[in-house]
Design a binder for this molecule. Structure first.
Ligand SMILES: NC(=O)C1=CN([C@@H]2O[C@H](COP(=O)(O)OP(=O)(O)OC[C@H]3O[C@@H](n4cnc5c(N)ncnc54)[C@H](OP(=O)(O)O)[C@@H]3O)[C@@H](O)[C@H]2O)C=CC1
Ligand SMILES: CC(=O)[C@@H](O)[C@H](O)COP(=O)(O)O
Ligand SMILES: [Mn+2]
Length: 398
């Protein structure tokens, strides 16, 4: 019998995508990369396709489509183009697992399509659950589909919960590195640059999540992601800063006992675990040496200087489409920061203003989420372009 799992790697040219392909390459008897996708990086998508021989290669950027099509013309790889093509191909009958490693809101619709087709999801794209966690987790339940966390903290919690009852969870403790600006004041943050923000102390990741880590929005998104993955109340989710990123997160049970999952910061482990779950597979990843880390430390997050984390908790409390609003506003603000159009602190101003102004929906449908996302982006872009004239004068610091 052929037990090889066919994996659709959405976002194969990115940080998680390339590490997923390394895991697949190291375990050819277990996995085949069945679908590869990229936004614009045609050269890497072509190289990956020649190496991994997927059934499909999908490029979203229309202008790059002819290049990819021509390069793969003499192979068996079927080349497709566009976001809609991803939504269609993920339903293909030979696919076993869809690993979602694209950035931002773009992960939502392909994930929904895959769930409806009964595919298990290895979820790196946390924004999917931030935007529409209630809808997506309900769909997964309805279609008897597993959502397996790839995000390191959620993988840690998932591993700590193995063999434990849901009613026995008192709380989870999400660890945060604190990012490159840990301990810095608002006055310092007002002037930080893109280059400084892109230097994460422990992880090498894509640009968007790296800026999110620097602003603590990544932890805010992860709080919301955790709520939906593990069915928790906001009071059951605590964030603690752990600068070494060795404990990837913890669960405290009703008897006070705490389980932690630990290891060197390396995303290949959570990626591999999501793909091999419920089994563990031997590998050659570097092992942790306790004597090399005599000073593991912990501190409270500073939610006054790093307002995004507080805004994310507020959005979680408000519910409805509010997390979708913060996600869209944040995506626009981060893109603006990366283009040097928005100051570091002003990212929180844009998000806060969008939370105040975009129409609130208590029980949103998928259409509501799509509209909220669009509406929020328009407002956030307007605020950035016009330096936030609608009641937030002078708050945009750049
Ligand atoms: N990197 C990490 O260690 C971790 C990442 N995550 C999450 O995983 C996801 C991916 O992050 P990461 O790998 O760092 O990101 P990268 O920016 O490195 O890679 C993103 C991938 O998605 C593609 N992509 C970008 N925009 C779109 C779009 N609009 N539609 C379709 N595809 C798109 C990119 O294509 P192209 O290369 O052509 O631009 C690339 O393949 C994010 O949600 C992130 O939060 C979670 C935990 C850890
Ligand atoms: C590797 C991973 O899962 C990232 O989400 C990472 O956790 C970012 O680190 P911080 O957000 O804690 O700085
Ligand atoms: Mn994480």
């Amino acid at each position: 019998m052929n037990n090889i799992k066919n994996i659709a790697v959405l976002g194969s040219t990115g940080s998680i995508g390339t590490q997923t392909l390394e895991v697949i390459q190291e375990n050819p008897e277990l996995f085949h990369a069945y679908v590869l996708t990229a936004q614009t990086n045609a050269d890497l998508l072509i190289a990956q396709s020649l190496k991994f021989k997927p059934a499909y290669a999908i490029i979203c950027d229309e202008q790059k489509y002819p290049l990819v099509k021509q390069a793969l013309a003499h192979t068996a790889v079927k080349v497709r183009c566009g976001h809609q093509a991803i939504c269609e191909v993920v339903t293909e009958k030979h696919i076993d697992v869809v690993l979602t490693a694209m950035v931002g809101f773009s992960g939502l619709e392909p994930t929904i399509a895959a769930i409806k087709a009964g595919k298990d999801i290895a979820l790196a794209n946390k924004e999917t659950l931030v935007v529409a966690g209630e809808l997506v987790t309900a769909l997964a339940k309805q279609h008897n589909v597993k959502i397996l966390p790839v995000d390191s903290e959620h993988s840690a919690i998932f591993q700590c919960l193995a063999g434990e009852g849901h009613n026995e969870i008192e709380k989870i403790i999400l660890t945060a590195s604190g990012g490159p600006f840990r301990g810095k004041s608002s006055a310092f943050l007002a002037n930080v640059t893109r280059e400084q923000a892109l230097k994460h102390p422990n992880w090498v990741m894509g640009a968007k999540i790296t800026i999110d880590s620097a602003s603590l929005m990544n932890k805010g998104l992860e709080v919301i992601e955790a709520k939906w993955l593990f069915g928790l109340t906001p009071e059951q989710i605590e964030v603690i800063v752990h600068p070494q990123s060795i404990i990837h997160s913890m669960v405290q049970f009703t008897d006070g006992s705490i389980k932690a999952q630990m290891g060197l910061p390396d995303m290949k482990l959570p990626i591999q675990y999501a793909l091999t779950y419920p089994h563990r597979v031997r590998n050659e990843f570097k092992r942790f040496d306790f004597t090399a880390y005599p000073n593991l430390s912990f501190e409270k997050p500073d939610m006054e200087s790093f307002r995004n984390l507080k805004l994310a908790f507020d959005a979680l409390d408000r519910g409805g489409n509010m997390p979708c609003i913060i996600n869209a506003a944040n995506e626009v603000a981060v893109a603006g920061f990366l283009k040097d159009e928005v100051g570091f602190l002003a990212m929180s101003d844009v998000i806060e203003q969008c939370m105040a102004d975009v129409e609130f929906k208590e029980t949103p449908t998928l259409n509501d989420y799509l509209n909220t996302d669009k509406e929020t982006r328009i407002l956030a872009e307007y605020l950035i372009k016009h330096n936030a004239p609608n009641g937030v004068n002078n708050l945009i610091t750049k």
